[in-house]
Design a protein around this ligand. Structure first.
Ligand SMILES: [Zn+2]
Length: 249
């Protein structure tokens, strides 16, 4: 797969500035102790200019310039060099708040991949094809994808379905897109089979319908995340999305 690093720093900075107030944070607004909310409130609480502009003068306080280039997430580009992966109760959590370092991962997790093969075999026995459409993605690949989506759909729409580089679950090696990457997949027999049986092989539908405000993503009936059979079954039976199940919401 071709890897190229885009130099869209200016775009990234603009995008990042805009994004800071969108995404999954909306669904976390009731959580005062939440880190992201704390950051958001800081932004909202930014002091208004206190001095009165004089006629023809430039009395308004200068807007603070960011110190360095920003990533689409609004975090500095350098953040992704040093950020540590986040584990909650032993579960690697990646979402719009929690990121992976740039150099994290080098392919599919072997255990998750074996589980995927089992799931695919079972689906085939049931009469459905469950082809792997996308597995591990490096930071650079995600960066390229995201930039392409933004170019086509604009930031606001792209953010509903494409992760910022460093924030994609595909970089964990634990997430796969299977079947058909289309919302209509949910209403096909194969899509229904996946929703009902993925947990038996250790997977959850990571971005469920109705949880968009929490996960930050539209319903993705094709995106499965490996958690192991025990935990995946508990999450499935709870009816909660992963952030809720882990008590983050
Ligand atoms: Zn996916």
């Amino acid at each position: 797969m071709k890897h190229s690093i885009r130099k869209g720093m200016l775009l990234s900075a603009l995008v990042g500035a805009f994004l800071f107030t969108s995404g999954c944070t909306a669904g976390m607004a009731q959580q005062p102790e939440h880190k992201q909310i704390a950051q958001q409130q800081e932004v909202k609480a930014a002091p208004e200019p206190t001095c009165t502009p004089e006629v023809g003068g430039k009395g308004i306080a200068a807007v603070e310039e960011p110190e360095g280039p920003l990533a689409p997430s609004g975090k500095s580009v350098d953040y992704y060099e040093t950020v540590e992966p986040t584990y909650v109760d032993g579960v690697l959590l990646v979402n719009k708040e929690y990121a992976l370092p740039r150099d994290y991962g080098d392919g599919e997790d072997p255990t998750a991949y074996q589980a995927l093969l089992k799931l695919q075999r079972a689906a085939r026995w049931a009469g459905y094809s469950m082809d792997l459409m996308s597995g591990y993605r490096s930071f650079e690949t995600q960066e390229e994808l995201y930039n392409d989506y933004v170019a086509v759909d604009g930031v606001e729409k792209a953010d509903t379905y494409s992760a910022w580089p460093g924030h994609s679950e595909h970089q964990t090696g634990l997430a796969f897109d299977v079947g058909w990457v289309d919302l209509q997949f949910a209403d096909t027999p194969a899509g229904r089979w996946l929703a009902n049986h993925a947990h038996e092989y250790g997977f959850i539908i990571r971005y469920p319908e109705g949880k968009e405000a929490i996960t930050g993503y539209q319903y993705e009936p094709w995106h499965i995340r490996y958690l192991g059979v025990e935990l995946a079954t508990k999450v499935h039976q709870s009816g909660l999305c992963l952030e809720e199940y882990l008590g983050l919401v």
